[in-house]
Design a protein around this ligand. Structure first.
Ligand code: ADP
Ligand code: MG
Length: 467
């Protein structure tokens, strides 16, 4: 491996759907890290959010590696929500890797390999490089019509200027496509990376600030560059160790990042990469940015995984580990021993514990209101009161699920906003856990594999904390 390849994959656009936590945009803290009552989509749960804020500051300072945090609490108390809030407040440069405890059980790779990959997804590398760039204001983009209709290769000319000079460049098909993808037009100030051909729009030239036709509300105006068109510039890439691993470990390279089909990565590839990164750090070319690794439902890990975590946390490049569980005193997977949260004491000892508390009726109401907005559902006050009552009686998750289905019921009536009757209709249509259990108790003989005794739903000894 003579040259390490870095990212080729940063041009992805993410499509956001409405998911369980899509209303959460941060931790909702003020500048002194005090949690606001309701902010950035999060409601209440103040002590836990404040604690998460302290962790956020630790991560931002980037000085401490290998700390661990456990978020513990009953189901539906916002453990995952708080972790997502933390992720959103980190900003783009700090990596946040997330997995659920059950995801490590795969036939493709060993459990510890899966964990290793997760760790390396949470460790960022900031690499500074000198690059040759062409930077100037676009005077004209001119694309020739192909002589033969349908001819594959297009040609054209691009005229760029600085305050001191003007040059005409010949364009090939690839550049023409890149220019049209970025919608480059005359008056834009652009930078072209000479090595990769990547085009970045820096803004519109001030001299064009009066052309109102091409100006949107977000247009940024910049000065026309001076001096030479070609210059050497320092550029900074942010990639994760995992991305470097994958790109360098297979012939198909970065495509594996999209398919997720990375397979096991050989230890020597990682060693070479670590050595190279260490070299760069000494030369001042690279910096390590420890991020966050969030493992949800951590009780699904077994004793081997826990021992791996213990050791991985001691590495100086280790990210901050955040784990969450709703389990109480229970068996550690892979052993016959019981331990608080199903986590061995020696690992537990390294973790700071944040506890989440059940919500008040008032908080639940606010969360439901936020979810209604997120799902774009209009609901009358009465219906909201009923939905809150249902949440208190059953669970927050169940009633969040009812929002969408009652909106459908409302649509069917051809009404505009969801009323009590819609909510109560779907409440009757879909059972919550309690009613479903009741039903099972009554009709147990008719089901397969039934050995319900005394209403205990929990699988063997993995008892949920309260619930
Ligand atoms: N404090 C909160 N503010 C806003 N939404 C919340 C809050 N707590 C939980 N939620 C939402 O309620 C639902 C259940 O919470 P979740 O975080 O999945 O619970 P847990 O992980 O503790 O079981 C999710 O949709 C979550 O986004
Ligand atoms: Mg959760």
């Amino acid at each position: 491996m003579a040259e390490l390849k870095l990212s080729e994959s940063k041009d992805l656009t993410r499509i956001e759907r409405i998911g369980a936590h899509s209303h959460i945009r941060g931790l909702g803290l003020d500048s002194t890290l005090e949690p606001r009552l309701t902010s950035e989509g999060l409601v209440g749960q103040l002590p836990a959010r404040k604690a998460a804020g302290v962790i956020l500051q630790m991560i931002k300072d980037g000085k401490i590696a290998g700390r661990g945090v456990l978020i513990a609490g009953q189901p539906g108390t916002g453990k995952t929500a708080i972790a997502m809030g933390l992720a959103k407040s980190l900003g783009h440069e700090t990596p946040f890797a997330m997995l659920s405890g059950s995801e490590i059980f795969s036939l493709e790779m060993s459990k510890t390999e899966a964990l290793m990959q997760a760790f390396r997804r949470a460790i960022g590398v900031r690499i500074k490089e000198e690059a040759e760039v062409i930077e100037g204001e676009v005077v004209e983009v001119q694309v020739d019509r192909p002589a033969v209709a349908g001819a594959a290769s297009k040609t054209g000319k691009l005229t760029l200027k600085t305050t001191d000079m003007e040059t005409v460049y010949d364009l090939g098909t690839k550049m023409i496509e890149a220019l049209s993808k970025e919608k480059v037009q005359s008056g834009d100030v652009i930078a072209i990376d000479k090595a990769s051909g990547k085009i970045t729009k820096l803004g519109r030239s001030f001299s064009r600030s009066r052309d109102y036709d091409a100006v949107g509300p977000h247009t940024k105006f910049v000065q026309c560059p001076d001096g030479e068109l070609q210059k050497r510039k320092e550029v900074v890439h942010c990639v994760t160790l995992h991305e470097i691993d994958v790109i360098n470990s297979r012939t198909q390279g970065f495509l594996a990042l999209f398919t997720g089909d990375t397979g096991e990565i050989r230890a020597e590839v990682r060693e070479q990469i670590d050595t190279k990164v260490a070299e760069w750090r000494e030369e001042g070319k690279a910096e390590i940015v420890p991020g966050v690794l969030f493992i949800d439902e951590v009780h699904m890990l077994d004793i081997e995984c826990f021992s791996f975590l213990n050791r991985a946390l001691e590495n100086e490049m280790s990210p901050i580990l955040v784990v969450a569980t709703n389990r109480g005193h229970t068996r550690i997977r892979g052993t016959n021993y019981k331990s608080p949260h199903g986590i061995p004491i020696d690992l537990l000892d390294r973790l700071l514990i944040i506890a989440t508390q059940p919500y008040s009726e008032e908080d639940i109401r606010k969360i439901l209101e936020i979810r209604c907005q997120e799902e774009d559902v209009e609901m009358t006050e009465d219906a909201k009161v009923l939905l809150t009552k249902i949440a208190v009686e059953t669970s927050l998750r169940y009633s969040i699920n009812l929002i969408n289905s009652s909106a459908l019921a409302c649509l069917k009536r051809k009404a505009k906003s969801v009323e009590m009757e819609d909510v109560s209709r779907v409440y009757q249509l879909f059972l919550d856990v309690k009613r479903s259990t009741q039903y099972l108790m009554e009709y147990q003989n008719q089901y397969m594999f039934n050995d319900v005794s005394g209403g205990d739903l929990n699988e063997d000894d993995n008892t949920a904390m309260l619930s």
